[in-house]
Design a protein around this ligand. Structure first.
Ligand SMILES: [Fe+2]
Length: 322
């Protein structure tokens, strides 16, 4: 059986992709950003997912204003990088996982989430920048470390889906993955944000307090986030801060209780707050494969209880002896 072992939240700022492509990552301005992902890349190398589901939004690259699906699932065998105005990014073509993607489409649609199925789709920085941040720079002629199932979400034209709808779609995706018979280790990305606004009188808006509270609740109390209305994202996190609803698909696909493996936050990159988090599901009895940073389950804690009690008794004896 396949299982989602961890969720990754990451901003997908286009300027980060440009810094990678133009070899600027060691410049002081960018070093501050990229150093925050070094531990994450080590974690990813250790985790070695079999497949990644990446929730992102298209920025008028694959879809023009003529056609804007709310949720579009990539079921193709490959997804070429899109030309976003400066030619396609020099990154490898993203390999898909059609068998699992089709299974997810069937399961989720029969669960009454009306996905658009994409059998041909280009992917833009919204997907490839987080891949670089977590997998590192990959030569255009090489291969990304694992296949990817893209899930594009409309957050560019009103109305985007609600946070609650996103969270529940994540739940449906988890159910779909867990009903896939192949033994696969799956990670899911939620991308975009955090607070930013790229035009209008409030251009450059960043709200660190809001962002950090969002990360706290994402980790410990996601039900609080699903109730946030669109207008609050717009008011507090800027017009493009609405991208943060995509993180709730990732969170909905995880268990209620998760272990926060890592978090990073810095401002700014370009004119955007950069947020990043890794949340791991705790291993279940039926799943021996785990990920770095995930705590052992209650069974493992029980097994170690006698040793813990003996250590506590020894410590108490030392204290009493003083
Ligand atoms: Fe974006």
């Amino acid at each position: 059986m396949a299982r989602i072992v961890a969720g990754i939240g990451s901003s997908h700022v286009p300027a980060i992709g440009a810094a990678i492509d133009n070899n600027k990552t060691e410049e002081p301005y960018w070093r501050r950003v990229f150093s925050g992902f070094e531990k994450s890349q080590a974690w990813m190398r250790e985790t070695k997912p079999d497949v990644a589901i990446i929730v992102y939004n298209d920025h008028a690259s694959a879809f023009s204003v003529d056609l804007i699906p709310t949720f579009a699932l990539g079921c193709a065998a490959e997804f070429p990088p899109a030309d976003e105005g400066w030619g396609p990014r020099p990154v490898p073509v993203v390999q898909g996982y059609p068998a699992l993607a089709s299974h997810i489409a069937q399961s989720v649609i029969l669960d009454e989430f009306d996905l658009t199925i994409c059998n041909k789709m280009e992917v833009d920085h919204g997907l490839t920048v987080p891949m670089n941040l977590l997998f590192g720079k990959v030569d255009k002629n090489a291969h990304w470390p694992c296949p990817v199932i893209p899930l594009a979400v409309n957050v560019v034209m009103y109305p985007p889906p609600t946070g609650h709808r996103c969270f529940m779609l994540g739940r449906a995706i988890r159910k779909a993955v867990e009903s896939y018979p192949e033994d696969l280790k799956v990670v899911i990305f939620g991308t975009g944000g955090l607070s930013h606004q790229i035009s209008g009188p409030r251009a450059g808006l960043i709200n660190s307090k809001w962002d950090k509270a969002f990360l706290d609740n994402l980790s410990n109390n996601p039900q609080k986030l699903v109730k946030i209305p669109h207008v609050d994202y717009m008011r507090e996190a800027g017009a493009e801060g609405i991208e943060m609803v995509m993180w709730l698909i990732m969170r909905g696909a995880l268990d209620d209780k998760v272990d926060e493996v890592y978090r990073f936050y810095t401002v700014p990159a370009s004119n955007t707050a950069v947020g990043h988090i890794i949340l791991a599901n705790r291993p279940r009895a039926s799943h021996r494969r785990t990920v770095p940073g995930a705590h052992k389950g209650s069974a493992a804690r029980k097994a170690k209880a006698p040793a813990r009690r003996a250590a506590a008794r020894a410590k108490a004896a030392v204290v009493r002896g003083r």
